[in-house]
Design a protein around this ligand. Structure first.
Ligand SMILES: C[S@@+](CC[C@H](N)C(=O)[O-])C[C@H]1O[C@@H](n2cnc3c(N)ncnc32)[C@H](O)[C@@H]1O
Length: 228
C-alpha cells in the first residue's frame, strides 16, 4: 500500500503542469460541447456552495493542488493554510494565488497530525485518494483540526466515466486501483474510491462529523460536516 501512496504523490508531481487540463476540460479531457457544458454547470453548483461558506477566518485546505479552489477559499477567508505533498503543484498554486493571504506547507497527509484548529477544513478531490483502511484515522485527524463551531467541506467525483481522460480505462466499480496516464503516455497506479452519499454520511458520523452530502447530478458530490 505504501508503494501506491508514493506512486500517487509521484503521479501528481509529474502531472503538475498539465493538471488543470482536467478541470478546464482541455486536451484529453475535452469530451465535446455537451458533456463539457454539463461539467461546467455542475462546477458552478460547487462554486456556489463554496461561496455560501463566507465569511471565514482561518481555513485549512488539504491536498490544495494547483490552486483551483485555493483562490476561491482565499476570497472568503482571512487566511488559508494550504497543504500538499507536491512542491511542483504548490509552486503553481502560489503563482495563481498571487498576494492573497495563503501560506503553504509541504506535507504528506498520511503522516499529518493537525497542530492547530481552523474554522473551515476544506478538501477537493482528495478523499477519493485515501485508501479505505486509512479513512478512519485520516478523518479523525480532520475532526481534530476543526474548531468546535467550525465546518468541514469536501468535494469529490461521482463515478462518471466521462470525467476522466479519453485514453483512461473505464472505472471498474469494484476496484480502488486505477491506471492514469500523463500526456506523454507515462502510466501510474493510483487509488480512487467512489462514495455512496449515505455510506459516506455514516462513516463520517462514526468519526464525530455530522454531514449533509449532496450531488450535483452526474459529476460531483459535495459534503458539509460539523463536529458533534
Ligand atoms: C486530485 S488532486 C486535487 C487537488 C486540488 N484539491 C483540486 O481540487 O484541484 C490531488 C492532490 O493531492 C496531492 N497529494 C497526493 N498524495 C498526497 C499525500 N500523500 N499528501 C498530501 N498531498 C498529496 C497531489 O499532489 C494533488 O495535488
Amino acid at each position: 500500500m505504501n508503494d501506491i501512496l508514493q506512486n500517487q504523490i509521484a503521479y501528481y508531481r509529474a502531472r503538475a503542469g498539465e493538471y488543470d487540463e482536467w478541470f478546464y476540460r482541455l486536451g484529453r479531457y475535452d469530451r465535446g460541447p455537451e458533456l463539457n457544458q454539463l461539467w461546467f454547470e455542475e462546477v458552478a453548483q460547487l462554486v456556489e456552495a463554496v461561496r455560501a461558506l463566507t465569511p471565514i477566518q482561518a481555513t485549512l485546505e488539504l491536498a490544495a493542488g494547483t490552486g483551483i479552489w485555493t483562490t476561491e477559499l482565499a476570497a472568503i477567508s482571512q487566511h488559508v493554510t494550504a497543504l500538499d505533498a507536491s512542491p511542483e503543484v504548490l509552486a503553481i498554486n502560489q503563482r495563481k494565488v498571487g498576494n492573497r493571504p495563503v501560506s503553504y506547507r509541504m506535507v504528506d497527509l498520511f503522516e499529518w497530525q493537525p497542530d492547530q484548529q481552523y474554522d473551515l477544513v476544506f478538501m477537493s478531490f482528495w478523499l477519493s485518494h485515501v485508501p479505505p483502511e486509512r479513512f478512519d484515522p485520516f478523518i479523525a485527524a480532520v475532526r481534530r483540526a476543526v474548531r468546535p463551531h467550525g465546518r468541514v467541506f469536501m468535494i469529490d467525483s461521482l463515478p462518471e466515466w466521462t470525467s476522466t481522460a479519453k485514453d483512461h480505462a473505464a472505472y471498474q466499480p469494484d476496484s480502488i486501483y486505477h491506471t492514469r496516464k500523463l500526456n506523454d503516455g507515462q502510466e501510474y497506479q493510483i487509488i480512487k474510491v467512489f462514495y455512496d452519499p449515505d455510506d459516506l454520511k455514516r462513516r463520517l458520523a462514526a468519526q464525530g462529523l455530522a454531514a449533509e452530502v449532496h450531488t450535483t447530478g452526474r459529476c460531483f458530490w459535495w459534503a458539509q460536516a460539523r463536529p458533534v
